[in-house]
Design a protein around this ligand. Sequence first.
Ligand code: NCD
Ligand code: ZN
Length: 354
Amino acid sequence: MSLLRLPGLIDPHVHLREPGGTHKEDFDTGTAAALAGGFTAILAMPNTQPPLTDAASLGLAKQAGRSKARCDYALFLGAGSENARAAAELAGQACGLKMYLDQTYGPLRLDDLASLQAHVRHWPAHRPIAAHAEGRSLAALILLAALRGRPLHVCHVSLREEILLIRAAKERGMPVTCEVTPHHLFLSERDASAIGPGRSEVRPRLATVEDVEALWDNLDVIDCFATDHAPHTLEEKDSTTPPPGFPGLETALGLLWTAVRRGRLTADDLILRMHTNPRRIYGLPEQPETFVELDDEAEWEVRGTELHSRCGWTPFEGRRLSGRVRSVVLRGREVFCDGRVLAEPGSGRDMMAS
Ligand code: NCD
Ligand code: ZN
């Protein structure tokens, strides 16, 4: 066995489904899955039921985190059509504002230019706006952010023209950052039929092989790897109205580490995108005495039934990966060891607690 020590990984894009969707996942199972995947901190998305758009809904999620989280976390506020001022007043309690400009799971969606502009105007400039903005929405949002000179973080970039647009914005000195998911790096539309018609539904959609290649060719433009862990039950995925989304917390490191072993990226490239940059972009506090021990040579096969996530399936079923998390230490305590989560529910900290 050859053990390597990595810093605690940070996933800046996770759906924990609490409140309102705990049959898919909750703070307990989602943060257990995070630790099993080598993540010691996660940023949770606001498209819950109710969505996290005001003090009352944010309070529900904060309460769930306090009693159930096993790793550290912070919450996004959601941008609705009416809450630009209210969200800005709560900014100190959240890691960022999440805007949905394109269709996906849940009711949170910004359609009109006026409410978009209101959020860009009111949300404090020192805290990130994270956006689901594909294609033309992305071009529009980059313009609005640039007009105010404010930072913008683009979620789950999947297309060649999008990554090239972000490259161009960065080359002009605009404060734009972005993330790419493992599923957009390791799956294309060609894999959809093998995964299954409902199970392969995800937003943004699995793209062409050329898009996947363009993401790899523009690795220097990618600031973060984010799982967009979006669990839904198999019953829901195999129904006639399958909700979009893949679980990803427990396969991300194995997929990316296998790419390191094959020479597609370096260990430093990975640490920059799974630790250093997410911390810097979201201004997250240090986690002292926190690290992951990875068995560099361990080979394993992905099996949905072995996941800690409540959803119990994965689009990477059967994939052989190299590199397995042996142990995770969070703030001096061993919280995961040889497949077992040792952290108690409620031991994780809200990184934005006042
Ligand atoms: C996400 C979900 O299920 O909450 N689904 C997805 O396909 N990625 C929502 C999102 O991030 O767009
Ligand atoms: Zn998401």
